[in-house]
Design a protein around this ligand. Structure first.
Ligand code: AMP
Length: 217
C-alpha cells in the first residue's frame, strides 16, 4: 500500500488536483471532507456528530476522523495506492495515520503542500461551485461551466458549499494557520514534504505533482 497526502489551506486546490491525479494515476482519492458531507446527508451517527463543527468551520474531533479513515482503509487491499485530501489536519491525526498505515506495512511517501496566498484562497472559495451529482469543481470566474449552474461533465446542478460563506471561510483559514500548518514542519522533518506553488495555473500544479510521482516510479 502506498500513500500520499495533499496538504494545503481551504481553496488551495487540493480537490481539483486530487480529481485529476485520480484520473491520471491509480491513486484512490480519500477526501475526508467529502466523506463527512456524505455522512451528514445520510444522517449517519458520524454525520450527526460532525455537522455542527463543519457549519462553524471548525475541525471535527480527531477520534471521529480516525475511525472514519481507519474504516475506509480496512476495505482496501495491499496493492492499493491512496491519496489523502484534507487529512491529516492535526499532528495527532498525522501520528494516528502513521500508526494505521504502519499496521498495513505502509507509510506516507509524499506530502504535497499546495501553497497559495490568502487573497487567492478567499477568491477561490467564494467563487467555488460543485456539481451535486458527480462532485466536479468549478469556479464562477476561473473555471466557469459552459452553461451557468450546470455541470459540463454530467449536466448536474452546481451548488455552493454551505461553509463557503465569508464568515465560515475566515474560521477555516484561521484553523489551517493554527492547526494544520504545523504539519508542514512535521512532514518536512521526515523528508517527505514537497512544496508546490498552488497560485500558478492548476495545470502547472498538477504537472509538478505528477512529475514527482512518476520520477519516484
Ligand atoms: P474540506 O472539504 O476538506 O474543506 O472539509 C470541510 C470540513 O470538514 C472542515 O471544515 C472540517 O469541519 C471537516 N473536516 C474535513 N476533514 C477533516 C479532518 N481531517 N479533521 C477534522 N475535520 C475535518
Amino acid at each position: 500500500m502506498n500513500a500520499i497526502v495533499l496538504l494545503g489551506a481551504p481553496g488551495a486546490g487540493k480537490g481539483t488536483a486530487a480529481e485529476r491525479i485520480r484520473t491520471e494515476t491509480d491513486y484512490k482519492h480519500i477526501s475526508t471532507g467529502d466523506m463527512l458531507r456524505e455522512a451528514v446527508k445520510a444522517h449517519t451517527p458520524v454525520g450527526t456528530q460532525a455537522e455542527a463543527y463543519m457549519k462553524r468551520g471548525e475541525l471535527v474531533p480527531d477520534s471521529i476522523m480516525v475511525c472514519l479513515v481507519e474504516e475506509r482503509l480496512s476495505r482496501g487491499v495491499a496493492s492499493d495506492k491512496y491519496m489523502f485530501d484534507g487529512f491529516p489536519r492535526t499532528i495527532e491525526q498525522a501520528k494516528l495515520l502513521d500508526a494505521v498505515l504502519g499496521k498495513l506495512n505502509a507509510k506516507v511517501d509524499y506530502v504535497f503542500y499546495l501553497d497559495a496566498p490568502r487573497e487567492l484562497l478567499l477568491s477561490r472559495l467564494t467563487g467555488r461551485r460543485i456539481c451535486r451529482s458527480c462532485g466536479a469543481n468549478y469556479h464562477v470566474v476561473n473555471i466557469p461551466p459552459k452553461k451557468a449552474g450546470v455541470c459540463d461533465a454530467c449536466g448536474g446542478e452546481l451548488y455552493q458549499r454551505s461553509d463557503d460563506t465569508e464568515a465560515t471561510i475566515g474560521t477555516r483559514l484561521e484553523v489551517f494557520k493554527e492547526q494544520t500548518k504545523s504539519l508542514i514542519e512535521y512532514y518536512s522533518q521526515r523528508g517527505v514534504l514537497v512544496r508546490v506553488d498552488a497560485a500558478q495555473h492548476r495545470d502547472l500544479t498538477l504537472k509538478e505533482i505528477l512529475g514527482r510521482l512518476k520520477s519516484a516510479g
